[in-house]
Design a protein around this ligand. Structure first.
Ligand code: SF4
Length: 1004
């Protein structure tokens, strides 16, 4: 029961009034406020210490509005939160300039930077750690100011009275008073601290505290409101409008003292009512009833108080309280979801999910999203801004600019380019139609060439792709070049030793505008919040605009601030609403049902992280919040929640992650014990009925190509290999065109290096041919001179061709050096081949042949089997002989294995047949390819055997060629007949198969 509202008289002291925080609390409070309005015939000002009950109280005031009110009090009493009330101070314009959080961080950070030792002390040597430390220092300084500044209140009151004084002079006075007070307090506190860290902290506080700090502004605002009340009283000689202070949560001792003194001062000029919560009939545990003792410890209940608590438990017990224990995390989230669903089915419209276990609450939220728009979910715990899509997109740009001056990795680049906020058309100043598919094309090129990092590498990969397209009937795409140039130019602008904060902000804004990201972010609610957060970085008008930082320092600051920011989704109207909130936010609020998830002994109660620098004892000394105070507050909040709401589900996970049993919170256990005899409160173990059913074993996958499915009329050597390896795989990859999203493997891959090797070998052999044609060239004599010439040139060409690659990714240097070690032995192999009469003829030639088949409909089909041959040689002593060579960037062991299954991987046979069927296209008129071999570019050279084992020739060529011709015709006939394509392949093939998830190998 709430107490009767006091009768207002001429008393110059605050009136104390208490209300029971039960289901009728808001109504009782509203009726009291109306009573105050009627008694004083003035519109009261109601200030709530926390904002949670604001809307509920306004609604209750509307519901309880008395009839026939006189005009002057007909308006709803003004209800405002403490924070808003401070902001509304009438003379706030002349207060010292408010320092933003960022400016305060920077001020500490700059000082920390001067003293690296401090960072080591506090174990915050990384940039992120140093920013975290700066934040902790500020929190600690605020706590110190909170303890000291109340002593200044009377002086601030006097200062505020000097209205007419010049603002600058007034500000100087405020600074002076503050300085003196801090210097005095510093001496006192320094004597009490013994350790180095606290001493350093005090020094920070001594020199960093200024009149723009939030704590000082809070006191100035309070003094200002007081001054207004005083002026009104003095000018009208009448008491001002009543001031009702509603203390919704237990204050810190320091705040309690401050408010008591303030309310007393205020009461001299207007009626003041101090509303507190009365736990007498509602406290379910002794600590909720008795609170803290004078020492700040939990008070011990006497026999009478214990009896009161026991009575409260019996009186407040509701049938709608449920205890639900789940063994696993998923079960917990599911049962929370089910509870909410059941409440919704029962017609409850306003439900709360108390996120004591934030992870489980998040999971439930995700599960509830399937209910669609009929349930409005308001997450009052706030999403971290950094978890939104907008922040992830922005972060992808930060990751890009922080990469080394050579350029980002391809994954970082693609992640940025693929973010939905990047406007490619605007960036390149092209039409949206032209920009379609450009990034996908770039991705394909980078992945195909395994160009993993560095602007030069990307440009080279694009150049090669464009060259290939130009020489193979495709169309090169110059936009790709422009895209890389555009991004790299912006990246380059960030590569400076250090950046001034204001310049860095400007550069960032510039980037966002030029890349069209700004506009797109503005169209998204999380994006808007992000832009707003970024605006804090505009230090151009402040004293820190010229502070210089290294790029990683600045980026780390940016990320820390974004990490701190939270984002609340925009609400929509719906049939029912679910509020996800912390326990403290349920205070004096009304819900139809509450689901509290995470009621185990580890999470209920939950304590906030202690400040980095303060022990619990020091907190007590500073009259700040202590563990005991938090414990009492949570006991009261939970008592209030259980007492006010008919339906409360308390859920927890009964087994920890490590499999250890987890019990319910001690508060729940104590309630169970108290209710044991009268009305036992049983735990329900959440169990899910397993679904049962019969499944038929999966058979080996097989598919018949649909008659409308197009069959490719060009087959590359690798596609034919896929068909031979496993028809089902060919069906999935070539007929259906399904491809796994390719990824960049770890480390530098040889693919682009492999292409480079092929290209430089072609250049080298062309140069050799040209040199041989010179009449007096020394190399024509052969012997050591020729060998040395070849080694030197090959070395030179290698350096030159790899130069760009190395500029893009320094790790490629290792690949170049490995290859250079191969060169002498490669030259020896070449010389040996020349002794046998073979000469280099041409390289990198597109070749192919055509097979004519008749499909099942009797239509004649021309199928082109085509690829690109690495090299053709001709024999000097035999005008009709030619050979085909395939370079492999693989060791000989792999090549030998490949040779054993040549009919399944008949690349060389395809090139040979293509050259023989169309000698002029292969630049081999009059010659027949009779010899084919693989040549390793990665042979083992340190064992001295390289000369003998660099090449592997195909044996019995004529016979194999015949077999191959019969085989390919048969295979393609089967394919065109659209016969069943079965999944079968040895495990060695399946291991890397992209279609494995489709054929379900391993399930049959
Ligand atoms: S996993 Fe093996 S059986 Fe399945 S499609 Fe791939 S290669 Fe064929």
């Amino acid at each position: 029961m709430s107490a009767v509202f006091p009768t207002i008289s001429e008393q110059k002291q605050p009136y104390a009034w208490s209300i029971a925080p039960n289901a009728g609390a808001l109504q009782a409070l509203a009726e009291g406020i109306w009573s105050c309005a009627k008694q004083t015939q003035q519109r009261p000002l109601v200030v709530l210490s926390t904002a949670g009950p604001l809307i509920g109280l306004r609604a209750a005031l509307e519901d309880t509005r008395p009839k026939d009110l006189p005009n002057q009090i007909a308006f709803l009493p003004q209800v405002i939160s403490f924070t808003d009330w401070l902001e509304a101070a009438p003379n706030a314009w002349k207060f010292p300039k408010k320092q933003s959080d960022l400016e305060r961080w920077i001020s500490v950070y700059v000082n920390l930077r001067k003293h690296p030792k401090l960072k080591t002390w506090f174990k915050a040597e990384s940039d992120a750690g140093a920013w975290g430390l700066a934040k902790s220092v500020i929190d600690a300084c605020d706590a110190l100011s909170e303890a000291v500044v109340p002593q200044l209140q009377s002086e601030l009151n006097i200062l505020l009275a000097t209205h007419s004084m010049d603002v600058d002079v007034w500000l100087k006075k405020v600074e002076l008073v503050l300085d003196q007070a801090i210097a005095k307090a510093y001496v006192g506190l320094s004597k009490k601290v013994v350790d180095d860290e606290s001493e350093v902290l005090l020094a920070f506080w001594r020199y960093l505290t200024n009149a723009g700090d939030p704590v000082i502004r809070k006191h100035l605002a309070m003094a200002d409101h007081l001054q207004v009340a005083k002026t009104h009283f003095q000018s009208s000689n009448m008491a001002g409008r009543p001031f009702i202070w509603v203390q919704t949560a237990d204050p810190k001792p320091v705040d309690q003292e401050l408010m008591n003194a303030y309310l007393f001062d205020y009461a001299q000029f207007a009626p003041v009512v101090h509303v507190q919560l009365d736990w007498q009939m509602l406290a379910l545990w002794s600590e909720a009833l008795c609170g803290l003792d004078a020492e700040g410890q939990i008070a011990i209940a006497n026999a009478e108080e214990q009896q009161q608590v026991a009575n409260n438990v019996q009186a407040n017990r509701r049938e709608g309280w449920r205890l639900l224990a789940a063994t696993r995390f998923e079960e917990l989230a599911w049962s929370a979801t089910k509870s909410i669903e059941n409440h919704l089915i029962a017609g409850k419209k306003n439900i709360a999910l108390v996120a004591q276990d934030r992870l489980a609450a998040r999971r439930s939220r995700a599960l509830l999203s399937r209910l669609g728009s009929s349930l409005r979910i308001r997450d009052e715990t706030g999403w971290k801004l950094s978890t939104t899509r907008a922040a992830a997109a922005f972060d992808s740009w930060l990751e890009l600019i922080r990469s080394s001056k050579e350029g980002p990795s391809a994954s970082v680049l693609l992640e940025f380019l693929q973010n939905p906020y990047f406007d490619l058309a605007k960036s390149l100043n092209i039409s949206p139609e032209t920009s379609i598919g450009l990034i996908a094309q770039l991705e394909d090129i980078l992945i195909a060439s395994q160009a993993k990092s560095g602007w030069q590498t990307f440009l080279m990969a694009i150049e090669r792709a464009n060259y290939y397209a130009a020489t193979n009937g495709g169309s090169p795409n110059e936009r790709l070049h422009e895209l890389i140039a555009f991004i790299s130019q912006r990246h380059r602008a960030w590569q400076q030793e250090s950046l001034a904060c204001s310049a860095a902000y400007e550069l960032l804004q510039n980037d966002l505008h030029e890349m069209g990201m700004y506009d797109r972010l503005e169209r998204d609610s999380a994006g808007k919040k992000l832009i707003e957060t970024l605006k804090n970085f505009d230090l151009s008008a402040g004293i820190y605009q010229d502070i210089k930082m290294r790029l990683p320092e600045w980026l780390s600051l940016l990320k820390t601030i974004i990490e701190e920011a939270s984002y609340e989704e925009e609400g929509k109207t719906a049939e029912a609403s679910l509020s996800i909130l912390p326990l403290s936010s349920t205070r004096l609020r009304e819900f139809d049902a509450v689901v509290l998830v995470g009621c185990d002994e580890q999470q209920l109660p939950a304590f906030s992280e202690p400040p980095l620098f303060f022990s619990d004892t020091l907190n007590r000394l500073l009259k700040s919040s202590t563990i005991a105070a938090q414990y009492v507050q949570q006991a009261r909040d939970l008592s209030g929640l259980l007492g006010a709401c008919q339906n409360v589900d308390l859920l927890w996970q009964s087994k920890s992650r490590s499999g250890e049993p987890l019990r319910a919170s001690a508060w729940i256990q104590r309630l169970q014990a108290a209710l044991k005899c009268s009305n036992p409160w049983q735990v329900t173990d959440v169990k899910f009925e397993p679904y049962s059913g019969q499944s038929a074993p999966i058979q080996m996958a097989v598919s018949i190509p649909d008659k409308d499915l197009a069959i490719p009329i060009t087959v590359s050597p690798s596609a034919y290999k896929a068909l031979r390896d496993c028809p089902y795989r060919y069906y999935v990859t070539s007929l259906l065109g399904l491809r796994k999203a390719k990824e960049f493997e770890e480390g530098f891959d040889a693919s682009l290096a492999g292409q480079t090797l092929h290209a430089l070998l072609k250049t080298f052999f062309q140069a050799l041919k040209t040199e041989e044609e010179k009449p007096h060239s020394s190399i024509s004599a052969g012997g050591e001179v020729r060998r040395q010439w070849m080694v030197d040139r090959l070395m030179q060409y290698s350096e030159k061709e790899f130069e760009k690659l190395i500029a893009g990714d320094a790790r490629v240097l290792g690949t170049l050096r490995d290859w250079q070690k191969q060169i002498p032995s490669f030259v020896d192999w070449q010389l040996k081949r020349e002794q046998e009469g073979w000469r280099y003829h041409d390289a990198e030639l597109p070749v192919g042949f055509t097979l004519t088949l008749e499909d099942p409909d009797g239509i004649s089909r021309d199928i082109k089997i085509a690829g690109r041959a690495d090299r053709f040689d001709i024999h000097v002593n035999n005008d009709a002989a030619a050979a085909v060579i395939d370079y492999k960037n693989q060791p000989m062991k792999k090549i030998t294995k490949r040779a054993e299954h040549i009919l399944n991987d008949p690349q060389l046979l395809i090139y040979a047949r293509a050259a023989n069927e169309n000698p002029s296209a292969s630049h081999l008129p009059g010659r027949t390819v009779e010899q084919a071999e693989w040549v390793s570019l990665k042979a083992v050279v340190d064992k001295g055997e390289a000369k003998n084992i660099r090449a592997n020739a195909v044996e019995d060529m004529p016979n194999l060629m015949d077999q191959f011709s019969v085989q390919i015709e048969k295979d393609l006939n089967v394919l065109w007949a659209r016969q069943p394509m079965q999944a079968f392949a040895p495990d060695s093939v399946c291991q890397y198969c992209e279609a494995r998830g489709i054929c379900r190998k391993g399930m049959w």
